[in-house]
Design a protein around this ligand. Structure first.
Ligand code: UDP
Length: 240
């Protein structure tokens, strides 16, 4: 299967459906980015971060912001929730007897997420588990390297997780990495995912902001800024 990439504000995005993206991910190694508006804003300011996204092996449009932005640019693609996509990749590993590593979140959270995933998929082999509060990346990379898991989930928040994966991936020719943000918090049962109605309308971010008002500071400048960037790209093409 070939990638079907479009450029969105200078960044690669793959126009796969959910099932196509799963099939594609099953057959590659490297980095999967779950792109959201905050990451786009960050990439517009930070060219090193943009390079990381553009050198990823798969970039999925995570959320209604990217889906709508692409629509404004004349591209139709259905959003793929990163948490669901990562969960499906875990299920594939359990089915295919491939091992998984979990890196990120607070120690008790990652342990609980591991326990719950293990219960959900009894055949799953989690070969490595570490919290996300470490300073020595090399130490973690070396510990995972001896295990060579097929799937390495990194829940360190963005851009930390993408930077970590970018640094690590060259040592893992057979592995696929994915940055999963706050997914371990949800899988641990400590944080609740937004009810289905919010998911259906693409407003999970609104639910999370109401539940955790401190996120407002993050969302508020990010969303309008993202909309402005998309509109500028549409009406004032690059180089003008
Ligand atoms: N985190 C981490 N190490 C850090 C900073 C954050 O492991 O140095 C974890 C944090 O505990 C949380 C996740 O990264 O589990 C980020 O969650 P956030 O809600 O920010 O991610 P989002 O889903 O919004 O991208």
């Amino acid at each position: 299967m070939e990638r079907n990439i479009v450029k969105f504000l200078g960044l690669n995005v793959d126009l796969f459906s959910f099932e196509e993206a799963v099939e594609y991910a099953d057959n590659i190694s490297g980095q999967i980015v779950t792109l959201n508006p905050e990451m786009v804003n960050n990439a517009c300011k930070n060219s090193d971060f943009a390079k990381i996204i553009n050198s990823a092996e798969l970039v999925i449009p995570d959320g209604i912001g990217i889906e709508t932005g692409l629509k404004i640019m004349g591209r139709s693609v259905r959003r793929i929730a990163g948490i669901e996509f990562a969960h499906r990749l875990i299920e594939e590993c359990a089915k295919n007897q491939q091992s998984v590593a979990l890196i990120g979140a607070k120690p008790e959270i990652v342990e609980k997420a591991k326990e719950n995933l293990q219960k959900e998929f009894p055949a799953l082999y989690i070969t490595y588990c570490h919290d996300g509060y470490f300073d020595d990346d090399e130490k973690i990379i070396n510990e995972v390297k001896i295990r060579q898991p097929r799937l390495i989930l990194c829940a360190l928040g963005s851009p930390k997780q993408e930077e970590f994966i970018f640094k690590a991936k060259k040592d893992f020719p057979e592995s696929v990495f994915i940055g999963v943000g706050g997914s371990f918090d949800v899988w641990s049962g400590v944080v609740e995912r937004a009810p289905e109605i919010y998911q259906k309308f693409g407003i999970e971010w609104l639910y999370r902001t109401v539940k955790e008002p401190k996120r407002f500071k993050r969302i508020f400048p990010a969303l309008p800024l993202f909309v402005l960037r998309v509109l500028r790209e549409k009406f004032v093409p690059r180089g003008v």
